[in-house]
Design a binder for this molecule. Sequence first.
Ligand SMILES: [Zn+2]
Length: 77
Amino acid sequence: MASVRKVVKNCAWEFAKRQRRCARDKSHIIAAGEKCLVVKENMVKKNYCLQCAKLIISCAKKDIEELSVQLREINKE
Ligand SMILES: [Zn+2]
């Protein structure tokens, strides 16, 4: 059987080896040893602090939920 395509695959948690800055807001400091969300896009890695990661994840959840709602509507047609 064909495998199911994973669409959320460019995001992963990493430990910051050194201090990093959040890509969404440069004033957000990610301290060395802290976890951060790394999003890979066109070979570029962007780091996000936990606060911004929470927003990114809830936004992605909303997008997925919207697709799911649309699919239910399509199936009703
Ligand atoms: Zn941030």
